[in-house]
Each structure stands twice: as C-alpha cells, then as structure tokens.
Design a protein around this ligand. Structure first.
Ligand SMILES: [Zn+2]
Length: 87
C-alpha cells in the first residue's frame, strides 16, 4: 500500500505567499502547467488510488493569476523562474 505524506496544498499564492483560502471568490486559482515527467508519474499513481498535490499545478492569487496563465504552456519549474524574475 502506498503511504501518502504529500498532502493537498492549501491555496497560497506561490509568488507572493498570500493565503486566499477565505476569498477564493475574489479570483485565486490553481493553474495547471505543461505536464512534466513527474506529473505523468503522479497521474499513474492517482490511478492506483494515490491522493496528493499534482506536481504540475500551483496556486496563484488574482494579482499573479494572469501572468501565471501566460506561462502555463511551460513546465512549472520554468514558469516559476520567469514569474519570480518579473515580480
Ligand atoms: Zn500572488
């Protein structure tokens, strides 16, 4: 049996660290980036009942969502590099 110690991530913007758990209606969102090797492995594990945070997704608050959406054709690690430079 698979031991899951990777819990679902709470909605905290990965750029500015803003927690928007209580105001999702204001626009923060989980963004799916290009599927990485890690992401493919994760999806295989999900089929076997694994639950956790998808490695190709990150939360963004409404201020950073637009920029994040622009880079979602890239892998998450690449997108984050560009997004953090722009900050
Ligand atoms: Zn933010």
């Amino acid at each position: 049996m698979f031991i899951n110690d990777d819990v679902m991530k709470p909605p905290i913007c990965c750029i500015c660290g803003k927690i928007f758990l209580d105001n999702l209606a204001e626009g923060g969102k989980l963004v799916y980036f290009k599927k990485s090797e890690e992401g493919k492995e994760f999806e295989e594990k999900v089929k076997e009942g694994f639950v956790g945070h998808h490695p190709d997704t990150e939360w963004f608050c409404k201020e950073h969502l637009q920029a994040a959406e622009k880079y979602k054709k890239l892998e998450l690690s690449e997108a984050l590099k560009l997004l953090k430079l722009k900050k």
